[in-house]
Every structure is written in structure tokens, then in C-alpha cells.
Ligand binder design. Sequence first.
Ligand SMILES: *Cc1c(COP(=O)(O)O)cnc(C)c1O
Length: 454
Amino acid sequence: MSETTKYLLDEERIPRHWYNIMADLPVPPAPPLHPGTLQPLGPDDLAPLFPMELIMQEVSTEREVPIPEPVRDVFKLWRPSPLMRARRLEKVLGTPAKIYYKYEGVSPAGSHKPNTAVPQAWYNAQAGIKKIATETGAGQWGSSMAFAGALFGIEVTVFQVRVSYDQKPYRRALMETYGAVCHPSPSPLTNSGRAILAKDPNHPGSLGIAISEAVEVAATHDDTKYALGSVLNHVLMHQTIVGQEAMVQMEMAGDDPDVIIGCTGGGSNFAGLSFPFLGQQLRGGKKRRIVAVEPSACPSLTRGKFAYDFGDTAHLTPLTKMHTLGSTFTPPGFHAGGLRYHGMAPLVSHLKELGLIEATAYTQTACFEAGVMFARAEGIVPAPEANHAVKAAIAEALRCKAEGRSEVILFNLSGHGHFDMAAYTNYLSGKLVDQAYDENELAMALSGLPSVPA
Ligand SMILES: *Cc1c(COP(=O)(O)O)cnc(C)c1O
């Protein structure tokens, strides 16, 4: 096969539609509620924040939603992303299991997030929007949105959670290189930020606070919309190109996964890899174990309540039914910034309640240990978030070894850790410690959950 033929074939393998799991759910999820009236939300309620095309995707029940050609054209920069078999890791572990990973770190921003940032920027540009306000935890989403904004001529303002703004100056430099403006959150620029700073000028910030700030800016400026990097139905749907590609690639490799693993912050990379496989199962296909992995210090799926809650701290967002630690919960400042969210995608939460997926939690030191083992075997240094998936994949491979089973494990290596080397330095010098969340704070945050009429 000539180089040119290979190139054309690769391009052909980029999916032409997104997969919408809403079409295959046995029970529909609970509807989102208006934060003021507590009545089910209508598409118009979201119009100040999102362009109508994205709102229609948010409520769509169509199984396949076409990917616009200009968006697919941008995806050609790095898609299809590689699916690799971790043979050297298998050997180090001495496991009879086969371990595959889908590597999303090849995108320009270094993670899966451009998969949704690019279509979001494109639909906003189509609607004539000139500015987008957004938040970022670890800086991954902010740099993805900044990159996507640069492609379609949209000004991007990013509120970055204070601890990661301080810990990761190079993520900010990347956002600025793409042309975005970046503020540490809580900031003095919004009512929500000022309210937090008045109580604690050194507040480390949280995703919930940064979301409030970005939503406030979008809601109070006619020329500005808001973009969210995870959690929402349309974001999870945009990520399903990952799983669709993986299905074809697994078939090319002649294997079929028994266990599918993804780390969960808001749930998007996990959903992106697993939903196309789960959809197949819901339509009568093979049943697989699907495992969500979260940090022990911010365990929404394993310790949170399944209840209606706000998506942000200042209670500007709609209420959604999800696994939540309470919107006022501030997780400790651990290094997987992308996993420091109090809630979980309503769709992922719903599937957990239906027993269609599993969830597990690991401490950050256990995850870094796994990440270093992976790097030494496979060469790629995973993002701290992705280390959670690596850790779970290793645990499954060791279970297979103990049980003498040769299962096929597939996990999402959601990003590389090249901007997280300070965290690796801490880990390697023994300075990285496990930070437990405050049980009292969790109890308080949970007791403050909004009461919603049944
Ligand atoms: C943001 C991020 C995550 C967590 O977000 P999800 O929406 O749960 O995928 C995981 N891995 C990486 C590399 C990220 O940047």
C-alpha cells in the first residue's frame, strides 16, 4: 500500500456522524429543570447560552447526527486517533489479558477535548457569534476551546480554576498562543467571583465556580455565548467519534473488548469511547463490562447522591439529575484538575442507576504509580486524569492474571501529560500525597442539595 493510499484510507475512517445514545436508552433520563421555576427546561431557556443547533443536539433523540463537513475537515488534522495494543505493559504485568488503548493525546491540545471544542466553535460561528466565555480546570478544555476559536475567528475568554492557573503556567501560555484571554477563577470580574473572593481572597477555585463566572459573562453579554467541555448530552455525543473509530480499529485488530474503561471528570471521554459499544449492546449485541474510574478525592459516582443539583456554585445553571457531591463541594487541590467536578454527566449517572455501567475510585498516588509504569513500558506519559484509566486497566489485567483469563481490555488514554510534569516531579520526589476530602464538608454540601418537587 502506498503512503497516499494509506492516507486516503485513514481519512475515510473518520466517522461521518455522531452517535446519540438517547435513541437506544431503555428508560429516558430525568429532564433538566429551570433553576428559577423548577419546571422542565425548554430549548428557549438555553438560548442565551448556546446557539440553537447545539440546543437541538442537546435534546435530540435521533440515533445519528451528521458531522458537518467543515468540522470533519478539521478532524483530519489528527483523526483517526491511533488504537494501540500495550504489549510491553502486558509483558511487564505478566497478564494473559490483551490491553488496548485509544490514544487521544495526538490532538493539537493533547486530549480528547478538541473533538467537541471544534464543532462547538463551528456552530457558534455559523450562528454569527463572535465571543465565547468558558471555564477550564486543568487547562485542557481552555486550550482546546482556544484552538477551536482560532480556527473559526471566535474570541475566547477562559476562567481557569485558580490552583491549576498557578500550577500550570504553560497551559495558560498555550491558550494565549491560540489567542485566548485567560483569568484565574474566582476572579474580580464577575458577581459570582467577587462573592467568593469576599469570603476567601485565597480561594483555590473549583470548576463549579469557574462555570458560574463563564455562564454569568455569557448571560450578561448579547454577543457572547458559553461553551462547556463535558457533562452535557451534546458534548458526550461529539466524543462518540472516539468509540466509533475504536470499533472499526478493534475489528481490524481482530479482537473485541470484554472490558471498556474510561476516567470520569464530567464523563465525556468515558462516554465517547463506551457509548457506541453500549448502544450496540442496547440494540441486542454483546454485553461488555463498562467501567468509569474517578479520583477517591472527588468521588461523585461512587460516593455522591443521585439527585437534582446545580451544575455550578452560584446556581445559575439548570438543575440536572446526576450523581453529585453537592454544588458547594470544593475537592482538594489534587493534580488531576480535569476530574475535580462535583457532579457527573446526567447520561452517565442515568446509566449507572440502570446498572449498565460500573464505577470505581482510586487515589492519586496509586494512579501516578500506574502512569509511571505505563510510561516506562509504552513510552507515552499519560495526563494525570488518564492515569485513572491506566490504573483501572492494570487492575483488570492483574485480575485476569489471578483468574487465568485472557480477556480483552480497552481503555481511553484521554490525553498526554506533557503539561503536567510538575505533578510527575512531585510524585517522583515522594512529595505527592493523597488528599482526602473533608467528610464534614461533603455532608454539608449534600445537605444543601436543592429540594425538587417529585
Ligand atoms: C478534561 C479531561 C478529562 C476529564 O473530562 P471528561 O469529560 O470526564 O472526559 C480526562 N482526561 C483528560 C486528558 C482531560 O483533559
